[in-house]
Unconditional design. Structure first.
Length: 333
C-alpha cells in the first residue's frame, strides 16, 4: 500500500512540476507548458516539444506556425512544452506519453539521451515525428525527421560568395553555438571553401548566435588592423552585431562597399537590409514546418507507410541585387 501511495505522489508531483515551470531566468531557460486546448472528441491528440520561443526570430516563427496548424479546427488536440534543457524536454515527453498522445512531435534541445523515451513511445503506441533537429536514435523509433540541410545552406552561401569573383577573400567567420546542427553545417561549407579556393580566414570564432558577442569580435579584429572584406555570420543576429562594429569604425558595407555582409535565417529586418543594399546575402532557414508534419500525420492516419524517413525542407538564398519586397513578405520571419 505504501508503494502505491508513493507512486501516486510521484505522478502528481511530476504533473505539478510541468505546469509550474516558468519562462526565462537570467542566463537560463526553464520549461513552460501550454495546454490551451482541452481534449476534443475525435481529434488527433498531439504533444509538441520545442525549444524556447524567445530563442530567436526563427524559433518564434516556428512556434507560431505549429500553433496555427495544430488546432481543433484542423482536427487536433495539441499541448505544447518549451525548454532549451534536454532533461526538461525528456520529462515532458514522458508525461505526454503517459497522457496517451497519438503523436509526439519533437525538436530536441540535444541529440543525445532520447533512446529510452522513444522506446517507451513505441511500446505505448505513440508515433514520434522529429522536426527542425535530428537526434541520435534508431530510425525505427520515429516515423520521420523533417529538417533543414544546414550544410547545403552553407554551401549555397559560399557558392554565391565565390561567384562574386572578388579580387581577394579575407574573411571573418562568426560561428554559432558550437556543436549545434546549424553551426556544424554552415561552418563545414565555409571551411571547405577556404581550403579549396585558398581564401584567407582572418578570424574564426564563435559568437554563440549573439549580436553583442559578434560586435565585440569584429571590433577586436578592426583594432588589430587585420585586413578583411567579407563577414560570414552564421545567423542574422551576429551579422547585425558585425555591422554595428563596422558602423562604429566608419567602415562601409553592402553592395559595392568595403565589406560583404552575409547572414542566415531571413528575418524580415535582415531582408530589409538586403533591399537597402546594406547587406549582400541572406540564407534561408525555413521555420515553416507544420504543413510537412500535418501531411505525414494524414498519411499515417490513412494507413500509408512513410518510406522516406528524412524530409529536407525547401530553402533558398537571397542576393541584395535581386531581392524584392514580395520576397520579404513571403519569406521574411
Amino acid at each position: 500500500m505504501k508503494k502505491k501511495i508513493l507512486s501516486l505522489l510521484l505522478v502528481v508531483c511530476l504533473g505539478l512540476s510541468m505546469v509550474g515551470c516558468g519562462g526565462n531566468d537570467a542566463g537560463s531557460t526553464t520549461g513552460s507548458n501550454d495546454s490551451s486546448n482541452s481534449s476534443e472528441g475525435g481529434n488527433i491528440k498531439v504533444g509538441i516539444i520545442n525549444n524556447d520561443p524567445n530563442e530567436s526570430g526563427f524559433r518564434t516563427a516556428n512556434v507560431n506556425d505549429l500553433k496555427n496548424k495544430f488546432t481543433p479546427e484542423n482536427g487536433y488536440d495539441a499541448s505544447f512544452f518549451y525548454s532549451l534543457k534536454n532533461d526538461e524536454q525528456i520529462t515532458a515527453a514522458q508525461k505526454f506519453i503517459q497522457d496517451g498522445v497519438d503523436y509526439l512531435l519533437l525538436s530536441a534541445a540535444n541529440k543525445a539521451g532520447w533512446d529510452s523515451v522513444l522506446q517507451d513511445a513505441k511500446s505505448a503506441g505513440t508515433k514520434v515525428i522529429l522536426f527542425d533537429r535530428t537526434i541520435d536514435a534508431k530510425e525505427d523509433l520515429y516515423e520521420a525527421s523533417i529538417v533543414s540541410d544546414m550544410e547545403k545552406e552553407g554551401q549555397d552561401a559560399v557558392d554565391w560568395l565565390k561567384g562574386q569573383q572578388l579580387k581577394e577573400y579575407n574573411i571573418i567567420h562568426l560561428q554559432g553555438e558550437m556543436g549545434n546542427a546549424a553551426q556544424v553545417g554552415r561552418s563545414a561549407a565555409m571551411e571547405k571553401a577556404v581550403k579549396e579556393n585558398n581564401w584567407n580566414l582572418v578570424a574564426q570564432q564563435t559568437a554563440e548566435w549573439s549580436t553583442e558577442k559578434a560586435q565585440q569580435i569584429v571590433q577586436s579584429v578592426i583594432e588589430s588592423d587585420k585586413k578583411f572584406n567579407v563577414i560570414y555570420a552564421e545567423n542574422d543576429d551576429m551579422a547585425k552585431g558585425a555591422v554595428a562594429a563596422l558602423d562604429k569604425a566608419n567602415i562601409s558595407h553592402g553592395v559595392g562597399k568595403d565589406v560583404v555582409i552575409m547572414g542566415f535565417d531571413c528575418n524580415k529586418w535582415a531582408l530589409e537590409e538586403l533591399l537597402k543594399k546594406n547587406w549582400n546575402y541572406d540564407g534561408q532557414c525555413n521555420p515553416f514546418q507544420a504543413s510537412y508534419i500535418d501531411d505525414i500525420i494524414k498519411k499515417l492516419e490513412a494507413g500509408e507507410t512513410i518510406t522516406e524517413k528524412k524530409i529536407i525542407l525547401d530553402e533558398k538564398g537571397f542576393d541584395a541585387n535581386e531581392i524584392t519586397k514580395e520576397d520579404i513578405e513571403q519569406y521574411g520571419i
